[in-house]
Design a protein around this ligand. Structure first.
Ligand code: IVH
Length: 257
């Protein structure tokens, strides 16, 4: 097991525009301001992990677990090509002494179908969805099996950072890209809640075209000093909200009993 330096929190959910507007009002009231910028991100349907880098070197990685203690999956994470083993240092952007990065490991829709097709042919039980397939693949005792599963990662957050202090979440995401992390390309910095709501509509519209599954969006207060002031209650930050999509519905025909 691995104890996370900072707990990996979960998110409060919203399903309606009204709930999102309530969130915005709450945030503004608590901060005592009328201007709050938000970052909108797709909510990737995968498995949350934490990657730890010391002086730019990947040293260990773990699952979220119960948010406080996760499982050590370092060897399995090493097999994921989009998990950098060494970070790029730049003249005006050095790599922090210690960097804990959080992200979502996922399996693409195409890779999921292909894996299930092979399992069916081999008489093995199929996975119910890409999320379960990603989780099952990461928990393999043999990293060689994980390596064959074609997993990927999108990074979206941090744990502890020593030797670097970004001012905004959006700036941190830009740094992540420059250090060599994979960051989702459909992320938008919004200057108010109207933009947030309209970008939700945009992501909802492209949901089916994306090569991976998303189950909604995540709205995050951009300024990190604001995030700190807002803090968290009952394991969920007050500075973020999951604005979910409706779940896919399928019809099953019962042919016989
Ligand atoms: S932020 C405190 N950003 O959603 C912030 N989470 O329901 C917590 N997830 O455990 C995470 N995409 O596994 C964040 N762009 C994204 C995400 C994301 C997927 C997952 C993550 C988290 C869960 C919370």
């Amino acid at each position: 097991t691995v104890t996370h330096t900072l707990p990996m929190l979960s998110l409060a959910n919203a399903f309606t525009e009204n709930e999102v507007r309530e969130f915005d009002n709450r945030v503004k009231k608590l901060l005592g301001t009328s201007t709050v910028h938000y970052v909108m991100e797709p909510k990737i349907d995968g498995l949350a992990v934490e990657l730890v880098y010391e002086h730019g070197e990947f040293v260990n990685g773990s699952t979220r677990g119960d948010g406080y203690v996760g499982e050590d999956i370092t060897q399995n994470l090493r097999t994921i090509r989009t998990v950098p083993m060494r970070l790029f240092s730049h003249q005006n952007l050095a790599v922090p002494e210690r960097l804990e990065v959080r992200g979502e490991v996922y399996m693409g829709k195409k890779e999921f179908k292909e894996l299930n097709r092979k399992r069916e042919l081999a008489g093995e039980p199929v996975f119910a969805n890409p999320r379960n397939a990603a989780a099952g693949s990461l928990r393999q005792l043999d990293p060689r099996v994980t390596a064959q599963r074609k997993l990927r990662i999108f990074c979206y957050g941090s744990g502890q950072i020593v030797g670097f202090q970004p001012e905004t979440h959006y700036q941190f995401l830009e740094c992540l890209k420059r250090w060599g992390f994979n960051v989702n390309p459909h992320i938008r910095l919004c200057s108010d809640i109207e933009e947030v709501i309209s970008f939700y509509g945009h992501l909802h519209g492209i949901r089916d075209e994306l090569p991976y599954e998303i189950d909604g969006t995540v709205i995050k207060v951009n300024r990190l000093d604001y995030q700190e002031r807002l803090g968290s209650v009952s394991r969920a930050p007050r500075w973020a909200l999951a604005y979910k999509f409706e779940a896919y519905e399928e019809t099953t025909v019962i042919k016989d009993i």
